[in-house]
Design a protein around this ligand. Structure first.
Ligand SMILES: Cc1cc2nc3c(=O)[nH]c(=O)nc-3n(C[C@H](O)[C@H](O)[C@H](O)COP(=O)(O)OP(=O)(O)OC[C@H]3O[C@@H](n4cnc5c(N)ncnc54)[C@H](O)[C@@H]3O)c2cc1C
Length: 356
């Protein structure tokens, strides 16, 4: 089977990997140079299904729990950091911590002593925190580059333009470029920045809760920290605004005052593609499969979606998920597609209604 993947963000590259693993001949068309056009380039790389459950549906938790294993198998040893996530709030916002706890699971409450043991840099700064030990994180830029290099080594050709007529199947993974093309797809602008400082060391993503400006900081190693991210209902991919920059820096300073002396080495904006329910879709229409709407869960959910696409490409009736099966208990290994996919998986018929 000859498959063309359109778009080399996280959805396209993971789908390419899953299809190559099943023996498909895959080429990738990507119209931007490097990863400049991809929301994936600006991601935090948190694999945090339990924390995300605070605002996401159960499907995100169910289908996201296998992500760290998938990435570990795809990337060199040591690329996936399984150190958990720490969620903190200043004492005046402790109600936020309780609200977060009431909407999530998979954590334990910890006090000042354990906070210090986990993250010595935060000693004395917070009285209590939520610790999610099963969560993980990775460096999205390393993950994207490594996936691409691995695919190229297996003969996958990346090019700006491809003759689509040569392929049996097209997998459209063009993210926010589908806004206006795929019905109901919208953009959620995410602004982020990179800070560099030798004064702070963190081993895991730390989320600082705040009623208006929640912040997370993800350590990249070597004193580099990704700070994110705004959530603005807009598909404007333009540079970060002064207000967002100010708010993110304020929040970083609230987490640790040493961030005030950090170097601001990069700012960036990615547009998260999302549907109204913030769940992704795999939509099949004739010989095209569209994977879109990954919202703030591209790295978390693309492994599950990629396996779904590969199963759909090779057998459009039956589906065998290698990930924990989210369908009702008692189901066998092979399930009819529509009952085994937790996300909306449109049949050909429904896709005609969904896609413009
Ligand atoms: C600030 C920020 C932080 C985030 N943090 C996290 C996180 O911690 N964890 C997580 O799981 N997710 C996170 N996300 C979400 C994640 O980044 C997105 O869900 C994901 O990037 C969407 O991937 P995609 O492949 O669908 O789209 P993209 O990454 O945008 O890729 C689409 C690609 O298609 C290309 N393209 C467009 N049109 C065409 C065309 N016609 N032909 C060929 N190519 C085309 C584009 O150039 C681009 O390279 C974050 C997002 C942002 C913005």
């Amino acid at each position: 089977m000859r498959v063309l993947i359109r778009g080399a963000g996280v959805a396209g590259l993971t789908a390419a990997r899953a299809l190559v693993a099943r023996g498909a001949e895959v080429d990738v068309s990507e119209h931007a140079s490097g990863f400049a056009g991809a929301a994936s380039w600006y991601a935090g790389g948190m694999l945090a299904p339990w924390c995300e459950r605070e605002s996401a549906e159960e499907a995100v938790l169910i289908r996201g729990t296998g992500a760290a294993d998938w990435w570990e198998a795809a990337l060199p040893a040591g690329s996936v950091h399984r150190n958990g996530t720490l969620v903190v709030a200043p004492p005046r916002d402790s109600a936020e911590l309780r609200r977060f706890a009431s909407r999530t699971s998979g954590f334990r409450w910890i006090g000042a002593e354990e906070i210090e043991a986990l993250e010595p840099a935060l000693a004395g700064r917070f009285r209590e925190a939520l610790f999610f030990p099963e969560e993980a994180h990775l460096d999205p830029r390393l993950a994207l580059s490594t996936l691409r290099q691995g695919l190229e080594a297996q003969g996958v050709v990346f090019s700006g333009v491809m003759d689509e007529g040569r392929f049996d199947l097209t997998v459209d993974c063009t993210g926010a470029a589908g806004i206006g093309e795929i019905k109901g797809l919208r953009g959620v602008r995410g602004e982020m920045l990179y800070l560099h400082t030798g004064e702070v060391t963190l081993s895991r993503p730390v989320r600082l809760l705040h009623p208006r400006i929640p912040l997370y900081i993800v350590p990249r190693g070597g004193g580099l920290f990704m700070c994110g991210a705004t959530m603005i209902e807009s598909d404007d991919a333009g540079p970060i605004t002064a207000r967002s920059l100010m708010e993110l820096l304020n929040a970083a300073y609230a987490l640790h005052p040493s961030f005030a002396e950090a170097r601001l080495v990069e700012t960036g904006t990615g547009v998260r593609p999302a549907f109204a329910d913030n769940l992704p879709r795999v939509i099949r229409r004739e010989n095209t499969i569209a994977v879109n709407g990954l919202y703030r869960h591209g790295f978390l959910l693309s492994p599950a979606l990629a396996e779904e696409v590969a199963a759909l490409a090779f057998d459009d009736r039956l589906y065998e998920s290698p990930l924990p099966n989210p369908s009702p208990p008692g189901g066998g290994a092979k399930q009819p597609l529509r009952s085994s996919a937790t996300f909306r998986l449109a049949s050909d018929e429904k896709a005609h209604g969904e896609a413009k």
